[in-house]
Write a protein that binds this ligand. Structure first.
Ligand code: SAM
Ligand code: SF4
Length: 363
């Protein structure tokens, strides 16, 4: 039996150590969580930053096998918010003193899409006098497009690698030029080159995924020297190809526990990065996101998409809060963050100390 207490006393975790921590149960798992919580308080403090999440469109040109809004899902009800609706949502975030917004949507590549995002970025900067921080999450684009969006005002970008194992990658994506593992990796480097704070992450509990894969995912993030991470449990969706493999999945509760352990181990490995508490955690456990805030996460993304559209951004079953409006979300989240023993960092961008350290001149 590996000695978890001894592993936790060591700052440099080997692949075997990581696997042991991800496999820990009960007492050992509690020790892991306690150590991660301690490191979080020491290196990023007890402040949780809000990123108002605007899921602006579910129109996507890709066909990831796990995702409910994949192109070939004819049952998805497609929508695309108007510019005005997006700017109103950003105004809500600004008026509510959220420091930042996230623009997330399906992946499209076209001059019109590039120009639209550019216009929206400038619009969001205008309505907030430059004060709202902006994270983008709209997939793989050319280096030139990333540069344009960075110049237009976005400064963080989330692009999950989904899994760092190329074989597994091609079991959960079609193997074609639109779904290239190499291109996704390259995009992460292009984002950094363009100036972005780079975030990545993976899904946890995928069919065919092993604990060693997950350990490799964490090592991948450390080697890439990411500034932020968003990772959460994989949750099956009936209208997707991966549904066929649902019998191979870990029970939801185990996927949830594994996701918490991934967050805790990453906090130990990368002490001063930003780690988001993923919405998918709440789809499994009503207080799942608060549990993640207690043991290592420091970012939460309240959904501020207008209520009428929320039900249609259905990546997986049981997506939480789809029947709420942004204001309900705000009240509920404030209470939940306090319940988790943290404070809210209003009106701040909340960049990771990790990024600030590398770029001393930044805000
Ligand atoms: N289209 C962009 C992209 O893929 O990078 C951004 C939007 S995409 C919906 C955001 C994330 O949702 C993906 O990176 C993926 O990890 C997650 N996701 C999609 N389907 C999921 C599922 N069934 N369970 C959990 N997460 C899922
Ligand atoms: Fe499209 Fe992103 Fe869903 Fe893949 S995960 S189908 S790129 S929205």
């Amino acid at each position: 039996m590996p000695d978890v207490a001894a592993i936790l006393n060591n700052d440099n975790l080997s692949r075997e150590d990581i696997i042991a921590l991800l496999s820990s149960q009960q007492e050992d798992r509690n020790k892991l969580f306690a150590r991660a919580a301690e490191i979080k308080t020491q290196f990023v403090g007890d402040i949780v930053y809000f990123r108002g999440l605007i899921e602006f469109s579910n129109i996507c040109a890709k066909n990831c096998f796990y995702c409910g809004i994949r192109k070939d899902n004819r049952l998805a009800n497609r929508y695309n918010l108007t510019d005005e609706e997006i700017l109103n949502a950003a105004r809500f975030a600004y008026d509510s003193n959220y420091g930042s917004v996230v623009l997330q949507g399906g992946e499209l590549e076209s001059p019109a899409f590039t120009a639209r995002i550019e216009r929206l970025l400038k619009g969001i900067k205008d309505i907030s006098g430059g004060k709202l921080g902006i994270t983008l999450s709209v997939g793989e684009q050319s280096p030139e497009v990333y540069r344009r969006w960075y110049e237009a005002g976005a400064h963080r970008y989330l692009l999950r690698i989904e899994t760092s194992n190329p074989d597994l990658y091609y079991r959960i994506h079609p193997n074609d030029e639109k779904h290239s593992f190499e291109r996704r990796i390259k995009a992460l480097y292009d984002l950094r080159e363009a100036g972005f704070q780079v975030g990545t992450g993976v899904m946890i509990g995928l069919p065919f995924q092993t604990t060693a894969d997950l350990a490799d995912d964490l090592i991948f993030m450390k080697d890439l020297d990411i500034d932020m991470c968003g990772m959460g449990p994989y949750i099956e969706h009936a209208d997707t190809p991966l549904w066929e493999f649902r019998d191979r999945l870990l029970p939801l509760e185990e996927r949830f526990n594994l996701a918490l352990k991934m967050i805790a181990v990453l906090r130990i490995m990368m002490k001063d990065i930003n780690i988001a508490s993923a919405t998918a955690l709440q789809a499994i456990d009503p207080i799942g996101r608060e549990k993640a805030l207690k043991i290592g996460a420091n970012i939460i993304m309240p959904n501020i998409t207008p209520g009428a559209y929320r039900n249609d951004y259905k990546l997986y079953e049981n997506k939480p809060c789809t029947d709420e409006e942004a204001a309900d979300c705000k009240n509920c989240l404030e209470a939940r963050v306090h319940m988790s023993g943290n404070k809210i960092g209003y009106d701040e961008w909340g960049d990771s100390p990790h990024f600030r350290e590398k770029h001393p001149g930044s805000l």
